[in-house]
Design a protein around this ligand. Structure first.
Ligand code: PEP
Ligand code: MG
Length: 888
């Protein structure tokens, strides 16, 4: 018989922390906490295998499940001395999802399950607290109706709001037992009116309804979107955790809260969290009531009125203090915990490694190494390389004069500027139209996730540091200000009002997520200082990595940025970017459109000094580091004049006949330019282009060598080669120019001539090509395009369908298709090295900055990766992690 249900409670557990795949993160950690003697309400976990089976069987359960759930429920009852469905002393349970990777707020939860018209009386008598019993019952009806019966929340909120209005109540706390009873009656008749049948009274029906809803929530839109964004495979499934309820809403010595063992925004070693007295867990996370700080220090720093948990319930705080320290030491990582205090007794409901900003991740890793809790290698392994991106985001310049509209909570750092938008769909549409937008909402819910993703920053008027908006924005690396309570949003009028000022949709505001400020107008932004913890961790990463990291850069600014970020050379200088410059394009067009060689040479003579200056700048900035310069690559087609004015401009500049030029442009038009007259084919048909470029490179190298005393090492790269002969011819011409320039200058410099591997033929015949090439650089953009036969410029139209239908797990233009393109890279490496043992191997396609692809490059044994300047730190870290993984 397969074991589908794992019990835990009273210090025992069937599972443990190592069983995340089967029990989900929450279930595995609930088991583990039991085992290390922490107070955890007893319960059981229905495994992720059941979720998979549920979908395979067409939303049905495996046969053995019912009996296992029944036995486990009974056991929970015995542990707490209550019985599920019993009129006198009823056991109530929570039903929660729990996937292998945490997906906060993405799936469903039901609390207080097991209440009906009879058991609620039992709960009232047993607890001696009728108000609490009916408060729990109304919460249950609302949650169950929403999650399982799929009725709208607002139906219940409207009933409660109008009841409060009629009775002149402001807060929920003013409602007494009779009031809640009345609300329960109203809720039940509303459900019956909507559903055409009464609210379910059978507790077993309730349980299976909730379990089914959790499994179904695995496939809801927001969960699917979240998985896609975080690369979580659909096949993992979720577990379901059923746990005896403990009540944070039993009165003034009861509370519920969430906390982080260190500050998740800054990483500071300070216990940090929020709580609510007399409330249930969902109140905190949902941002319905604004919670208070847990510690006194935090309360004072935040300038909050009211008491912290440390002050209001010192006894509970003392229990919590002990537990959180024990948890952090046990897991050796910052924990994100959920707890409830019931009549002064602390219960732990969850622990997991806490999500954190990149800044916090760095600080926590560096601090924990200093504390001796983890090793440097563990510190390096723990940072999510892709998340470093957050640190590379701009902040607001200190000199900028801020027009602060209001201040909220600093929920997620970074700064952004954008147009105000109030609706998630609209945010997405505007972003797709190329606008920068800032999503402003009362609070966000998981339905808004696509809009949050599209927005540059998020502002909410309600909710705390652990509200949905705050948690999700931090995970996405979006700046976020939450709980900006002075903002009044009027969605209908498409505006918000703050301190008497009116900001309409489309007006520009700025957000400082680090300070929690919302500013009027477009702030001036600047790049962050990359020192301190960042530099420390990067140095550790550099110690363990084998792969070198270079940058793809053409402009002096990009080259400088790349060096600041630690690039060890330039892996790809795309010279065509230099040709598109407004000043040069006319000369370039003149060259292309000239029918005679002499005309082309005259045009090239104009370009030569500019091109030489480009290389002087690059070599100077890179100060002796290798610089790979690729000779002209793009389809000639791209340089053709598009409009009559363009043609006229060329005619004017050259004195050539306009009609003739137009005809020539038509003749050069290509049907399939990506597979047409481009790459080395340009060099073959127009030798003078590559000769001019080679001359510019050699002359620049000599100029810099003479001026600085440090000789640059140019690596001259020929693109889109598929045969040895192409390379042989072109290399011969480059060498001839080199000899000529060096002889004239009376100086020799070191250089290399190599090729890109961008075509399957080049990969398969790499042994032939390596006879000429001194290095290979894998141009995986084109290699992916040509191997899959998918146009890199048009793939976007159907790629999402391919990923949604599981044909590709990831976009092959982002992460290397290891089986296809990857195999070609391996073949090319083997064959290349068989001819030229020490041939230098690198990658310069977009994949060079993608952590998963970098791991592949390490495994294959390339020498370096090259990526865009901003991704250099990510690549350095990913290369270190790849080396550590490979050594395992
Ligand atoms: C490539 O094809 O991977 C490459 C780096 O060249 P480009 O993107 O310029 O075609
Ligand atoms: Mg290419």
């Amino acid at each position: 018989m397969t074991k589908y249900v794992y019990s835990f409670g009273a210090g025992n557990a069937d599972g443990d922390a190592s069983m995340k795949n089967l029990l989900g993160g929450k279930g595995a950690n609930l088991a583990e906490m039991n085992k290390i003697g922490l107070p955890v309400p007893p319960g059981f976990t229905i495994t992720t295998e059941v979720c998979t089976a549920f979908y395979e069987l067409g939303q049905k359960y495996p046969d053995e499940l019912a009996a296992q759930v029944e036995a486990a429920t009974k056991k929970v009852g015995e542990t707490v001395g209550k019985t599920f469905g019993d009129k006198e002393n009823p056991l109530l349970v929570s039903v929660r999802s729990g996937a292998r990777a945490s997906m906060p707020g993405m799936m469903d939860t039901v609390l207080n399950l097991g209440l009906n018209d009879e058991t609620v009386e039992g709960l009232a008598n047993k607890s001696g607290n009728r108000r609490f019993a009916y408060d729990s019952y109304r919460r249950f009806i609302q949650m169950y109706s929403n999650v399982v019966l799929e009725l709208e929340h607002h139906m219940f909120e409207d009933i409660l709001e109008s009841f409060k209005e009629i009775n002149d109540y402001k807060d929920d706390t003013e409602l007494n037992a009779e009031d809640w009873e009345e609300i329960v009656r109203k809720y039940k008749s509303a459900v019956e009116a909507e559903m055409g049948k009464p609210f379910p009274q059978d507790v077993n029906d309730q349980l299976w309804g909730a379990v089914g809803a959790v499994f179904k929530s695995w496939m809801n839109d927001r969960a699917i979107f979240y998985r896609k964004m975080h690369d979580i495979p659909q096949s993992w499934g979720t577990a379901v955790n059923v746990q005896a309820m403990v009540f944070g809403n039993m009165g003034d010595t009861s509370a519920t809260g969430v906390a982080f063992t260190r500050n998740p925004s800054t990483g500071e070693k300070l216990f940090y969290g929020e709580y609510l007295i007399n409330a249930q867990g969902e109140d905190v996370v949902a941002g319905i009531r604004t919670p208070k700080s847990i510690t006194k220090v935090q309360r004072v720093t935040m300038g909050e009125s009211g008491e912290s948990l440390e002050e209001s319930l010192p006894d509970v705080y003392a229990q919590l203090d002990e537990v959180y320290k024990k948890l952090e030491n046990h897991y050796r990582d910052m924990q994100d915990i959920e707890f409830t205090a019931e009549n002064g007794k602390l219960w732990m409901l969850q622990t997991r490694n806490g999500k954190r900003t990149a800044k916090a991740a760095l600080k926590i890793a560096v601090d924990m190494v200093a504390e001796g809790m983890i090793t440097k290698e563990e510190g390096v392994a723990r940072i999510d390389a892709a998340a470093l991106d957050q640190l590379l985001h701009p902040t607001i310049k200190a000199s900028y004069k801020r027009d602060v509209l209001t201040k909220g909570l600093p929920a997620s750092p970074g700064a952004a500027v954008g147009e105000v938008v109030f609706d998630a769909d609209e945010a997405e549409q505007m972003a797709q139209a190329g606008k920068s937008v800032i999503l402003v909402r009362e609070e966000t819910s998981p339905e808004d996730i696509h809009g949050m993703h599209a927005a540059r920053a998020i502002v909410t008027s309600r909710g705390g540091m652990t509200s949905h908006a705050a948690v999700v924005a931090r995970g996405m690396g979006r700046p976020c200000v939450s709980g900006a309570g002075e903002i009044r949003i009027d969605e209908a009028a498409e505006k918000f009002v703050v301190k008497g000022r009116e900001i309409k949709k489309g007006e520009i505001i700025s957000v400082d997520g680090g300070l929690g400020e919302v500013l009027f107008g477009a702030a001036e932004l600047e790049q962050p200082e990359l020192s301190g913890d960042f530099a420390t961790l990067m140095a550790w990463a550099d110690d363990v990595r084998h792969l070198k990291v270079r940058a793809n850069a053409e402009t002096p600014l990009d080259a400088k940025t790349a060096r600041d970020f630690g690039a060890e050379g330039i892996g790809l200088c795309r010279t065509e970017h230099m040709f598109f410059d407004a000043e040069r394009i006319a000369a370039v067009r003149e060259m292309i459109l000239s029918e005679a060689k002499s005309g082309r040479e005259a045009a090239l003579a104009k370009i030569l000094p500019m091109q030489r200056k480009d290389f002087v700048d690059l070599f100077t900035i890179m100060a002796g580091l290798p610089v790979t310069i690729r000779l002209l690559d793009p389809p000639l087609h791209e340089f053709l004049p598009h409009s009559a004015e363009d043609v006229e401009a060329v005619a004017k500049a050259t004195g050539l006949d306009g009609d003739k030029l137009l005809q020539r442009a038509k003749d050069l038009h290509e049907f399939n330019p990506m597979l047409g007259h481009r790459g080395c084919r340009l060099g073959i048909t127009f030798p003078e282009i590559y000769e001019m470029q080679a001359r510019a490179i050699f002359e620049a190298a000599i100029e810099v060598a003479k001026a600085s005393g440090t000789a640059p090492i140019p690596e001259i790269m020929i693109p889109l080669v598929s045969t040895r002969k192409e390379l042989q011819i072109l290399k011969g011409r480059v060498i001839a120019i080199g000899e000529e320039v060096m002889a004239q200058a009376g100086m020799k410099i070191e250089y290399m001539v190599g090729t890109m591997i961008e075509l399957p033929r080049a990969a398969v015949c790499a042994d032939e090509i390596a006879q000429e090439a001194e290095f290979f650089s894998f141009g995986t953009n084109d290699l992916t395009q040509t191997t899959l036969g998918i146009s890199r410029d048009d793939a976007g139209r159907f790629m999402n369908d391919y990923i949604a239908q599981g044909i590709f797990e990831k976009d092959p233009f982002v992460t290397i298709d290891q089986d296809g393109v990857g195999s070609l890279i391996k073949i090319a490496k083997e064959k290349g090295r068989s001819v030229r043992e020490k041939i230098k191997l690198g990658i310069c396609g977009e994949h060079g900055g993608d952590p998963a692809s970098i791991e592949f490059c390490e495994k294959v044994g390339l020498d370096y990766v090259s990526c865009s300047p901003y991704r250099v730190p990510i690549a350095r870290l990913a290369a270190a992690q790849a080396a550590l993984n490979n050594a395992k």
